[in-house]
Design a protein around this ligand. Sequence first.
Ligand SMILES: NC(=O)c1ccc[n+]([C@@H]2O[C@H](COP(=O)([O-])OP(=O)(O)OC[C@H]3O[C@@H](n4cnc5c(N)ncnc54)[C@H](OP(=O)(O)O)[C@@H]3O)[C@@H](O)[C@H]2O)c1
Length: 259
Amino acid sequence: MPILDLFRLNGRRALVTGGTRGLGVEMALALAEAGAEVIVTSRDEEHLRAAKEALAGAGRRVETVQADLETPAGATAMCEKVLSEFSPIDILINNVGGRRINFPTEEMPLAEWQRIVDLNLTQAFLCTKMIGGAMLPRKHGRVINIASISGFVAGAQMRGRSYETCKAALAMFTKAVAADWAPHGVTVNAIAPGTFLTDANRRWFKERPELKAQIEKTIPMGRLGDPREIAGLAVYLASDASSYMTGSVIVIDGGRLLW
Ligand SMILES: NC(=O)c1ccc[n+]([C@@H]2O[C@H](COP(=O)([O-])OP(=O)(O)OC[C@H]3O[C@@H](n4cnc5c(N)ncnc54)[C@H](OP(=O)(O)O)[C@@H]3O)[C@@H](O)[C@H]2O)c1
């Protein structure tokens, strides 16, 4: 088969959680451009409408599901809806997550710790269990977890260590489940992004205008990632081009971890 054909996703159906903005919408668009039908989730009706319109430009079927994945009940309900209305799912991108808080550990309220664990880890477990688990009898599937370089190094400019903890755990969850599911034809990999210019970071930069330049100084390429720059990697991991890769956590960070 010609090499570029290995990247085609025609006939595949993908679920991208948090696929309305930032890295999520760019990955969803890339999958659709590569030929996949896509289902995107988010909390906000207006974000879902705008994403559906943007993604429809790729000419594939696009569906949206409104859901809040911050609670296990919300994540479970979303998975049940997707399984009953849109099965079978071939590709799952567990993209929802975020730091959201900036407490030093000695001041971190337990409820905030738990909230960030549920947002970054518990929902990824539930989606993997339910949506990924349904791939096993079909002997084919792709699970892609969006981890972070924060799973490898502590952020110097930011507190809220629940985030680092969850992303490290998500990387190890990726590897362990990959081992379990390899005999079933379902690959499980993770992407560990460095700092990309998404709404989540724009919010921090608005609060702390000096932060962007501080972060840029720590990146050998000297700039933040453009969200579109994650797209090729997502298509690779979602496609047959990555058929022999499982349990990998791939860093994409402009060289940030090199220094
Ligand atoms: N940006 C970076 O520099 C960076 C670096 C490393 C890792 N990451 C990881 O990459 C992923 C995406 O980050 P991003 O910066 O693209 O985020 P973002 O710009 O904040 O977008 C997050 C997406 O998730 C949805 N979402 C947020 N909270 C949700 C919830 N509770 N339930 C359901 N949907 C929710 C949002 O839609 P609604 O607001 O409409 O719900 C949006 O579509 C996260 O896991 C993050 O930790 C990002």
